[in-house]
Design a binder for this molecule. Structure first.
Ligand code: NAD
Ligand code: UPG
Length: 442
């Protein structure tokens, strides 16, 4: 099939590459000339494990191409994916200007039957709005609009796309349904379903899934905070409750709050949709409030430890990306935590395996960066772990003790065992577990 993908961000690039990998001819279109030039040179602008191999193979074999020219990009395309940004507008609702702008452009240039697919996360009713814009200039038999939300996670995006738990397709057109079935057939051979539904339900499914997952995290963060107060261990509680098959073990990890380009904006947008429809979606407001508070938990622990004043103190920071295996720092808790530590007078020495270039754009020379993780410890008073990259999980405790001013670790992701910390002689404060305070200090 000939496929056009509009937008070469995270979703556009993974979508385009994975459809090329299943034998389709894909042209990706972006208005960012520099990005398209880099892509044409074979350079991938994001860090996503496994994407490079597929990208190289498919560009080399001519199935994956890039252009800034929309008309050229959609020439001969049977389907057009819209993988455009839908950032929060000033009032929290999703900004649809990118999607609507491209829909208007498409209405001028589509000249044969095409399925226009919303892959962006868009509020309920958007497929109808896109349809209205297209039908302004095009006859109804020249297009269908389909809602096909994307559920991939950054860091494991290729696997999620190639072997999705499910594919959700919202359409009321039999013709579009046939095209979508053909398109996704190679991805669902393992038996995972394509759920066909109406457009509104498909749009709602995406927000419901993200908001539910965000709710789960905020719930666990509240449980963790309460565990600290009552002397319980959230790791044990997590295992105990997660073993109930109705609950499940995944996605129950407390930490420094959820970040990323999706949960914060999507929860906000769903709350906005509810408000616009006269519905007071109380849980969502709490989820957002809890998450805002959780982003300050680790900095508060550090500031409290030093009695409120961090001037003259240097904090080593391990992990900056909003989660491991990505260089994405959109809404990353690390940004909030570092800002707060700087405001309290601290100096920061940070390391992240992939996200440092992006963080430099935010903090410039207000913080120092290290080439590798142990270098951050030289001259630092204590260590804060913010993102649970695998490389941080089994450090040399001997080197940590030797290099840190004091053997003090604040762990925002519970990656170390408190018993080991006690034996190794650290003061150790994590999330939802008793603090480890060495006997002499206690
Ligand atoms: N990032 C994720 O993990 C993820 C997962 C599922 C769904 N989504 C949703 O997918 C959508 C895209 O997300 P993203 O993270 O890929 O966004 P992004 O901001 O990384 O990328 C969007 C791209 O669109 C391009 N663009 C903007 N206007 C354009 C135009 N008129 N023509 C062509 N290109 C244009 C931008 O230059 C950019 O390269 C959002 O709605 C998001 O909520 C994201
Ligand atoms: O148990 C957990 C799991 C995740 N997180 C945090 O939650 C955020 C989001 O994590 P994750 O969902 O793994 O990453 P995303 O790449 O943002 O993916 C989410 O957002 C995408 C964009 O909509 C969806 O497609 C995915 O299905 C959805 O999981 C990160 O800050 C994580 O640190 C926790 O704190 N505890």
């Amino acid at each position: 099939m000939n496929i056009a993908v509009i937008g070469t961000g995270y979703v556009g690039l993974v979508t385009g590459t994975c459809f090329a990998e299943t034998g389709n001819h894909v042209i990706c279109v972006d208005i960012d000339e520099k990005k398209v030039e880099r892509l044409k040179q074979g350079e991938i602008p994001i860090y996503e494990p496994g994407l490079d191999i597929l990208f190289d193979r498919n560009t080399r074999q001519g199935r994956l191409k890039f252009t800034t020219n929309l008309k050229e990009g959609i020439q001969g395309a049977e389907v057009i994916f819209l993988a455009l940004p839908t950032p929060p507008g000033e009032d929290g609702s999703a900004d649809l200007s990118y999607v609507m702008g491209v829909a208007a452009d498409l209405s001028e240039i589509i000249d044969a039957y095409t399925v226009v697919i919303d892959k962006s996360t868009v509020p309920v009713g958007t497929a109808e709005k896109v349809h209205a814009i297209l039908s302004d200039k095009l006859s109804e038999d020249l297009f269908d609009v389909v809602s096909n939300p994307e559920f991939l996670r950054e860091g494991v995006a290729v696997d999620d796309f190639m072997r999705p738990d499910r594919v959700v397709v919202g359409t009321s057109s039999e013709r579009a349904k046939e095209v979508m079935s053909r398109l996704y057939e190679p991805f669902v051979r393992q038996g995972n379903p394509v759920y066909f539904m109406d457009e509104r339900s498909a749009e709602m499914t995406k927000y419901a899934a993200n908001s539910y997952l965000a709710t789960r995290i905020s719930f666990m963060n509240e449980i963790a905070n309460l565990c600290e107060k009552v002397g319980a261990n959230v790791d044990m509680v997590r295992l105990g409750m997660g073993s109930d098959s109705r609950i499940g073990k995944r996605f129950l990890f407390p930490g420094v709050g959820y970040g990323g380009s999706c949960f914060p904006k999507d929860v906000q947008a769903l709350a906005k949709t509810a408000a616009e429809n006269g519905y007071d979606f109380r849980i969502l407001n709490s989820v957002m409030g809890v998450n805002d508070k959780q982003k300050h938990i680790l900095s508060k622990k550090i500031i409290d430890y030093y009695g409120g004043n961090l001037s003259g103190k240097t904090i080593a920071v391990w992990g900056l990306a909003f989660k491991p295996n990505t260089d994405d720092i959109r809404e990353a808790p690390a940004l909030t935590i570092i800002e707060e530590l700087l405001n309290a007078g601290a100096s920061i020495k940070a390391f992240d395996p992939e996200a440092m270039e992006n963080v430099k754009q935010v903090f410039g020379d207000r913080i120092q960066f290290a080439e590798e993780q142990y270098e951050t410890l030289i001259g630092a008073d204590s260590l804060a772990v913010i993102t649970e990259w695998p490389v941080f999980r089994a450090p040399s405790y001997k080197v940590l003790r030797e290099l840190l001013g004091e053997p003090v670790i604040f762990d925002g992701r519970n990656i170390y065992d408190p018993k080991v910390m006690e034996t190794e002689g650290f003061y150790y404060d994590s999330i939802g577990r008793n603090k480890v305070v060495q006997k002499a200090e206690a």
